[in-house]
Design a protein around this ligand. Structure first.
Ligand code: GLN
Length: 278
């Protein structure tokens, strides 16, 4: 990079998509996107150029932007993200919206987020429904420090437990259970590509066909759902039929799948029976 490069030139010379270059420049210069655009023709100082070059290099080697910056926006909130957690995806906002439709604003309903990771689902729900009592679990203790910090950041009270699905929740029941579990099949070539190659496999891979975690959740959730309560979970682009079959086999009612913004069935769910436990 030349000595007197302007902000616009730095972005262009990085070879990164403009949006990504701007995100890194915002961080390096401590300025907003609007400021960068308004000051595109100003020269960046040598220190900023060097710092930007280091971040741009990491990005060029494939490191996800969310891990470089340590933050990602989800449901209009900024969350702290580390390489020990999955990077929140926009399609998971669908799960949040479907959950919110099922949580009344003025009742202390009990909501559970299974495999909470960075905690984005639990925290977004707790923010939107302050009356709800939100519980979140993750099997990985280190991961819970990320989700706890995100709950603190957004000033919500979420109960966190370390455990394997319902392992830490004996005897507890909920009015709504949500999850974005690992659902990619082991050996799926996508796991070696893009952001996925840098994300924890534990948070992505759901066994040989990707459905191991969903099978476990569907099988175990019945004992923890109040009568008529909903179970909602995200799944892979080609898994909605398998998920419906699982839900049906376990006696759930009102099976449904919902498409994400790309039109792909991405969330499935159903209700526990009204009178008998599943
Ligand atoms: N949505 C992610 C992906 O396909 C996977 C997340 C998950 O396994 N829960 O890239």
């Amino acid at each position: 990079m030349s000595a007197g490069a302007t902000i616009a030139e730095l972005a262009a010379q990085s070879g990164l998509p403009l949006l990504e270059a701007r995100m890194l420049l915002e961080r390096v210069l401590g300025k907003s996107r609007a400021w960068l655009i308004a000051h595109a023709d100003e020269a960046a100082d040598a220190e900023a150029q060097k710092a930007f070059a280091a971040l741009a290099q990491r990005r060029s080697l494939g490191e996800p932007i969310a891990y470089i910056l340590g933050v990602r926006e989800f449901y209009g909130l900024e969350f702290g993200i580390t390489p020990s957690v999955l990077i929140p995806r926009p399609e998971t906002e669908l799960l949040v919206e479907l959950a919110l439709e099922r949580i009344p604003a003025n009742a202390p309903v009990r909501v559970l987020d299974l495999g909470t990771g960075s905690g984005v689902i639990a925290v977004a729900l707790a923010r939107e429904r302050p009356q709800a009592r939100v519980t979140a679990v993750d099997v990985d203790y280190a991961t819970l420090s990320v989700s706890r910090a995100n709950a603190k950041r957004h000033k919500v009270g979420v109960r966190f437990f370390c455990g394997d699905w319902f392992g830490a929740l004996t005897g507890e029941s909920f009015d709504l259970i949500v999850s974005n579990p690992p659902y990619i099949a082991a050996g799926d070539p996508h796991l070696g590509q893009g952001d996925l190659a840098f994300e924890p496999q534990r948070a992505l891979v759901g066994g040989a066909d990707g459905l191991d975690c969903i099978r476990a959740i569907v099988a175990k959730a019945g004992a923890h759902l109040n009568p008529g309560a909903w179970l909602l979970f995200e799944h892979g682009y080609d898994q909605s039929e398998a998920c419906s079959a699982l839900l049906q086999a376990h006696g759930y009612r009102q099976l449904q799948s919902w498409p994400d913004l790309a039109g792909i069935a991405r969330v499935s769910g159903a209700r526990a029976a009204e009178n008998a436990s599943i």
